[in-house]
Design a protein around this ligand. Structure first.
Ligand code: DOR
Ligand code: ZN
Length: 426
């Protein structure tokens, strides 16, 4: 099986490549990147399109096993493919939780059978994600987990976090920390600031995140382990991580499309799709996040795709679940930052390809000859309106609904096979 991606602008930030060129794929591998390749192959005409290494999302919730009414591996990976992603890492807050070999193996097998993109499971830091006892890290890594996280909740005990970091070092996997001081965020509905006062909703101060980012940086310094901070949302977090990186601490972090583009003002719609954890912050935080992306403090963009069932969103703001079903709008939303001149195209692609690959330490996110042929093609001219009703994800909770965006995924190629075209699974 040969596939020829022809005539596109190929951007591969891992090598600095940015030119009109062709890519020849055979048996799931990239065999040649060159101008004017002629070969007998199925042709993908990429004229006018942007051709990139396959996009990697280090933070998604696929909900299977246990919450298949919200999402399952089949629907979640279709949402990923339609959204332009070729690899997703799934968080362990399932039921049962991915804290042992059996569940990790189940997820991997299921992904091979019903998934349409690569799925890399993340194992729990602690048993049952209860924060009291470290999970069997060696077993989880042997079963294919690429990182450890109790995402959804923080590891509140510093001694447990310290031990987890200590153990993770033996296997060289990152610990992905959901930074939230529960005493400070307690009962909060949105970012604490001007708008929380106006709207009369209890606030979550930026410090609820920053206090724990600070703690974890101290523990990363102490242990020398690889620390990854999930979904950073505040200026203070950017500053702390920037300083830690300068100090040589092994720390990486991610930011979501929604924290880069939406502010707390939007919560005034009382649309529960704006409810997310950490909460949407104010403009000055957004600007600090943009600066963090540009200067390399922030390593990657991750969706924190968190599909929820209609019932848990179709209710009062206070009662609603937190999360955004984001896989299918990530590219257009990020492209809007490029259009506004906030981010350049190459930086955006870097944060979706080689950036996340480096966070995980995996050999992905580039178009080197011999690499697995994962390719994301974007049509920068495509104009579409966000319509959650047409999502492959079972989660329709998306605050961008009805908005029109320019720049959508054109084709998603996973291991040499076209799995999605213009948002439709093939
Ligand atoms: O908004 C969120 N939703 N934040 C998290 O940390 C967890 C996630 C979920 O699992 O729904
Ligand atoms: Zn989280």
């Amino acid at each position: 099986m040969r596939l020829l991606v022809k005539g596109g602008r190929v951007i591969d930030p891992s090598s600095g490549l940015d030119k009109l060129t062709d890519i020849l794929i055979e048996d799931g591998k990239i065999i040649k990147v060159d101008e004017n390749i002629s070969a007998e192959a199925e042709v993908v005409d990429a004229t006018g399109k942007i051709v990139c290494p396959g996009f990697i999302d280090v933070h998604v919730h696929l909900r299977e096993p246990g919450f298949e009414y919200k999402e399952d591996i089949a629907s979640g990976t279709r949402a990923a493919a339609a959204g332009g992603f070729t690899t997703v890492c799934c968080m362990p807050n399932t039921n049962p939780i991915i804290d042992n070999v059996a569940v990790a193996s189940f997820v991997r097998e299921r992904a091979l059978r019903s998934g349409v993109v690569h799925v890399l499971p993340i194992g729990a830091v602690t048993k049952q994600q209860e924060g009291q006892e470290i999970s069997e890290i060696a077993d989880l890594v042997a079963a294919g987990c690429v990182a450890l996280s109790d995402d959804g909740r923080p590891v509140t005990r510093a001694d447990i976090m310290r031990n987890a970091l200590e153990y993770s070092k033996m296997f060289d996997v990152p610990v992905m920390s959901h930074c939230e001081d529960l005493d400070l965020s307690n009962g909060g509905q949105m970012h604490e600031g001007y708008y929380s006062t106006i709207y009369g909703l209890k606030g979550i101060p930026a410090e609820a995140e920053e206090v724990m980012v600070g703690r974890d940086i101290s523990l990363a310094r102490l242990t020398g382990a690889r620390l990854h901070i999930c979904h950073i949302s505040t200026a203070g977090s950017v500053q702390l991580i920037r300083r830690a990186k300068r100090e040589g601490i092994r720390i990486t972090c991610e930011v979501t499309p929604h924290h880069l583009t939406l502010t707390d003002e939007l919560v005034g719609s009382y649309d529960t799709d704006t409810k997310v954890n950490p909460p949407l912050r104010s403009q000055e935080h957004l600007e600090a996040l943009w600066a963090g992306l540009k200067d390399g403090t922030i390593d990657c963009i991750a969706t924190d795709h968190a599909p929820h069932h209609l019932e848990s969103k179709d209710c009062e703001y206070e009662l609603a679940s937190t999360g955004i079903s984001g896989l299918e709008t990530a590219i257009p939303v990020i492209m809007s930052l490029v259009e506004r001149g906030i981010l350049d195209m190459n930086t955006m692609i870097e944060k979706m390809t080689v950036g996340p690959a480096m966070v995980l330490g995996i050999d992905r996110g580039h178009l080197q000859e011999g690499a697995v042929a994962d390719v994301t093609i974007i049509d920068p001219q495509a104009v579409r309106r966000v319509d959650p009703a047409s999502f492959y994800s079972k989660g329709r909770n998306n605050p961008y609904k009805e908005r029109e965006y320019t720049g959508w995924p054109y084709a998603t190629i996973v291991a040499g096979k076209v799995v999605a075209r213009e948002g439709i699974i093939v």
